[in-house]
Ligand binder design. Structure first.
Ligand code: ATP
Ligand code: MG
Length: 154
């Protein structure tokens, strides 16, 4: 499986990496974003949304848990599960249905809901290092691996 690592010197580099990553996304993709508080997960998501052509505001869904963005081919759901505690709420809120064959889900803090979340196609890891951030992009499914390969040879 493909596995990319990259140094991100500043916020602009994180945005740029997110925009680049958006080329790997296809309808139905599930992406987990790992990293400590303030690592840059939401910044990376902002870059993805810019890459998809969205130019509005991107707010961190810390209290609402999820924020939807509607595109022509799919709805992109941006989750921040830092405050997620109640697994029964997952069903009740209808979150399970967001993970389907045509929509895209980006999930910050997937660790907080590991019992209810399906498997990810991509896992992103952002580590805080002295000179900015270290980024790792991992394809976790054969489909994700082929999307990466295709986009990188285009
Ligand atoms: N490569 C980078 N180098 C230095 N600072 C960065 C870099 N990328 C992003 N930042 C900064 O890190 C800060 C936190 O970013 P962000 O809100 O995206 O983190 P987060 O991982 O989503 O945090 P949380 O877990 O609280 O949601 C922002 O001020 C952003 O500008
Ligand atoms: Mg965040």
């Amino acid at each position: 499986m493909r596995n990319l690592t990259q140094d991100l010197a500043d916020e602009a580099a994180t945005l740029q990496a997110g925009t680049q990553f958006s080329n790997y996304l296809r309808p139905g993709c599930i992406v987990f974003l790992h990293g400590d508080l303030g690592a840059g997960k939401t910044t990376f998501v902002r870059g993805i949304l810019q890459g998809l052509g969205y130019s509005g505001k991107v707010k961190s869904p810390t209290y609402t848990l999820v924020e939807p963005y509607t595109f022509t081919d799919f709805v992109l759901y941006h989750f921040d599960l830092y405050r997620f505690t109640d697994e029964e709420e997952w069903e009740a809120a209808g979150f399970r249905e967001y993970f389907n064959a045509h929509d895209v889900c980006l999930v910050e803090w997937p660790e907080k809901a590991e019992h209810v979340l399906p498997k990810a196609d991509f896992e992103i890891k952002i580590d805080i290092v002295t000179a900015g951030r270290k980024l790792q992009i991992m394809a976790m499914t054969a489909a994700a691996d082929s999307y990466m390969g295709k986009a990188d040879t285009e």
